[in-house]
Design a protein around this ligand. Sequence first.
Ligand code: 13P
Ligand code: SF4
Length: 329
Amino acid sequence: MEFNQEVKKATNHIYQKISKVLPEIEWASHAPYIHEINKLKKEKNAVILAHNYQTPEIYHGVSDFAADSLALAVEASKTSADIIVMAGVHFMAETAKLMSPNKKVLLPDMGAGCSLSSSITGEDVRNLKKQHPGVPVVSYVNTSAEVKAETDVCCTSANAVKIVKSLGVKKVIFLPDNYLAQYVASQTDVEIISWKGICMVHDQFNDQEIHEIRKNNPEIKIIAHPECPPDVIKASDFAGSTSGMIKYVRDNQPKKVMMVTECSMSDNIQVENPNVEFIRPCNLCPHMKKITLPKILDCLKNETGEIVMDQETIIKAKTSVEKMAAIGR
Ligand code: 13P
Ligand code: SF4
């Protein structure tokens, strides 16, 4: 792939946007892919949905819609494209397929999983339901379609509290993120039966490091994702989903901020918030980072990495995601 004059001219406006977070030397290798992907997207009537944790060249270079997992699920149900490429992880691509079963949904790397999603199976949920008969099951979208098929209503970190409260019951089985379950329990009077899942990225943070950073930067705002351990959330100024965190920065324009989450997000939003100084804790999600421009191009060109699900699973799993989308943020 050559970084020639045509590519340079067609992609220059994108580089101007992200030059602060992407060295010029790296741009020369990304730009030809960006140019090719954007041409192919038009030819094939495809859209690229990207999660907020994707790298800046994907987030700003080729995505049509970049957001948190709740907005990605809703957007997947609205698009009129023939092909959806999910620049994210496997459960997000499955969720897109559930919301748009008649569209072709592609994932550029089938190995892009999630430590939360892999912590629980449909069989585990069936066993929990036997142990707690009649107790409704709320599952994080970070689960397989098999788990969603056993679920009453899904949630994301953006609406977990709202969804649990909306059920109007005293007890809920909340899966699979143990920390998010503790966060929901702290915000409601509902008894929560949780599972042992953790996000391998957010679990790496600890409150000691938060206190240390605050000591050295007294004016800093520290904002955390609810997948973090409870001590970290307690030591932070705000907790919210990835889009909730972005909104916090946009609305409050803190002089200095630390986003306690996957670190590509700070790069992505630095672009729109040039006056905010980001202190970057560099924890990367190895699954999200499996998605690259060459893999996006390859899957779009050859239509590989298609998400295929049987009709029965689609029908059973779809309802729990649709109920979540109807309740909203
Ligand atoms: P949200 O974008 O829903 O906050 O999810 C964070 C995450 O870890 C997704 O994998
Ligand atoms: Fe899963 Fe955590 Fe990676 Fe999100 S950041 S995909 S929750 S492992």
